[in-house]
Design a protein around this ligand. Structure first.
Ligand code: ADP
Length: 529
């Protein structure tokens, strides 16, 4: 075995000098005896020699040899060993053989009863951190810190100007229960750790613990190293803690975690189920509410539609009576009466128009707008619309022009009456929102498979910040509303719907006080190509 050679090197030199050396010798004598029988004289001699004039490092190496031997014996059960040894039984035997004889510091920890080991490890950790704190911040800082923790408790007795009096601490420990004492040790250790973190940054405290961990790892076996790791604050060395935990501990941790997880999973599944049911219920409620709203909407549409139709009948009768009065009985009336009649007629007209527009909007929204497409010449439609607006243009003192294309335009396909109403709306707007002396120009040009119609005016324009809403139902820009309070804000909404349903697009460019250009396209008729 390689470690026999290692041992040979370690155990060369002069014989034992101290009681501690002799204790170590006894340990090895016992272990080697288990391997090779009582007459393994050579090895024993080497052990005897090896401990002479040892520097500390040698004891550490001996300790490592000890662990190797121990491991060999417990795992191989060599032939001379009648019993199967465990680490515990082996150490128990050695402890008995050694009695109360003093052993080197590093060996002491190994042969302590398990309950004591934890305290010893804490003490080592506390010594390490205290030394660091004294070196870096002075003994005063340490004493103050310790006094803060110990204030008003028995612990006070173990605190001196130089730090902790460990023999007093041990004495106190004997007087109290293990769990309370362990809690105190832990409290002291963590206080030191956090004070170093506060003074020099957490990394420094972690480095100190790391150094000690390295010492444990290279000096002791896995069990002791794991015990050391268990005293560290959780955030330090979490990975190493896992690596050094015993198999059973790991198994236990995993079982714990698995149980916790499966419980969590159970809770989660229950929650998901509950939520799904809640959601289902909400969806049911919503779809009920939606159905109810649809029915209400339908009822509202029908009501408005019926009301509008009913209103239109008396308004049309009134229109007839008024026009009769205006056209035929004018001679008997005074000027004032004539004016009143005319304004009554106009108001009635506006009401009829509004109702017509509302009926169209109803139809659009309920998807009941019927289209009857045919092929026609847009130029002819433009010309007829222009003729119908000559009167209004004259009234407004606005020049109405048509830039008729030089070459014949292709015909378009759409519902001619609806396109006529779109054009009427655009021209009417252009005239209504023009200023006196302005010009409104209409043009039509071919654009690939489409014909584009443009209505350009030099009027009040549309403020930039209100342009996004201009095609919305009932929307009117501020400047237009104050110039002509009577508008409905429905014309462009209807126009957009008609153009888009005819396969075209509608758009505009405008700026306040700089005029507007409205344009829309319509698809060319296939036969016209
Ligand atoms: P109405 O003209 O009855 O208000 P429209 O739907 O036809 O309704 O137009 C909506 C709004 O668009 C108008 O109120 C006006 O603010 C703006 N608008 C439309 N055409 C023009 C135009 N040629 N010049 C300036 N503003 C316009």
């Amino acid at each position: 075995m390689a470690f026999f050679n290692q041992l040979k090197n370690l155990f060369s030199g002069t014989p034992f000098v101290t009681d501690e050396d002799r204790a170590v010798h006894k340990i090895f004598e016992y272990l080697l005896g288990l391997i090779s029988g009582p007459d393994m004289v050579e090895q024993k001699k080497r052990v005897a020699k090896a401990l002479s004039a040892r520097p500390d490092g040698r004891v550490r190496e001996l300790l490592r040899c000890y662990f190797e031997l121990e491991q060999f014996i417990t795992s191989h059960a060599p032939p001379v060993v009648n019993n199967v040894y465990t680490e515990q039984t082996l150490r128990q035997n050695i402890r008995e053989r050694l009695g109360s004889s003093p052993r080197p510091q590093l060996f002491r920890l190994v042969f302590m009863p398990q309950a004591e080991q934890q305290f010893e490890i804490y003490e080592m950790g506390i010594k390490n951190l205290s030394q660091y704190l004294i070196q870096q911040a002075g003994a005063g800082r340490l004493t103050t810190l310790l006094m803060n923790i110990a204030h008003g408790t028995q612990l006070e007795q173990a605190i001196t100007k130089k730090g902790i009096d460990f023999s007093m601490l041990q004495e106190l420990r004997r007087r109290t229960s293990n769990s309370i004492a362990l809690a105190q040790y832990k409290q002291i250790y963590l206080a030191l750790f956090s004070d170093i973190s506060t003074l020099f940054g957490e990394q420094k405290a972690i480095t100190q613990s790391h150094l000690e961990y390295e010492f444990f790892k290279t000096t002791y076996d896995k069990n002791l190293t794991a015990q050391f790791l268990s005293i560290l604050p959780e955030k330090v060395l979490e990975v190493e803690q896992l690596a050094y935990m015993s198999r059973e501990e790991l198994q236990r941790k995993i079982t714990e975690r698995t149980e916790a997880l499966s419980e969590l999973n159970g809770q989660l599944e229950k929650k998901v189920l509950e939520r799904t049911q809640e959601l289902k219920q909400k969806v049911d409620e919503l779809s009920h509410a939606n159905q109810h709203l649809l029915e209400l909407d339908q009822a509202k549409t029908e009501f408005i539609s019926i009301a509008a139709h009913q209103l239109r009948t008396p308004l049309t009768a009134l229109k007839w009576v008024l026009s009769l009065l205006i056209n035929e009985k004018m001679s008997n009336l005074t000027d004032e009466q004539k004016e009143l009649l005319s304004s009554g007629y106009e108001s009635n007209e506006r009401m009829i128009n509004l109702i017509n527009e509302m009926l169209i909007v109803m139809r659009i929204e309920s998807g009941k707008m019927l289209y009857t497409p045919s092929s026609f010449s847009i130029v002819e439609v433009i010309q007829s619309v222009l003729v119908s607006f000559t009167g209004l243009a004259h009234e407004q003192h606005v020049e109405l022009m048509f830039n008729k294309p030089d070459t014949p335009l292709p015909w378009v396909t759409a519902d001619i009456e609806k396109i006529r109403s779109v054009l009427q709306n655009l021209v009417e707007n252009a005239l209504n929102y023009s200023r006196e002396g302005g010009v409104v120009t209409i043009s039509a040009t071919p654009q690939n498979e489409f014909v584009e119609v443009c209505v350009v005016d030099q009027g009040i324009g549309i403020p930039i910040n209100q342009q996004v809403s201009i095609f919305d139902k009932f929307y009117r820009a501020d400047n237009a509303a104050s110039l002509r309070p009577a508008g409905s804000g429905l014309g462009l909404f209807v126009a957009k719907n008609i153009v888009e349903n005819s396969g075209g697009v509608i758009a505009f460019e405008s700026a306040e006080n700089a005029g507007s250009t409205f344009r829309f396209t319509l698809p060319c008729a296939v036969s016209a190509k």
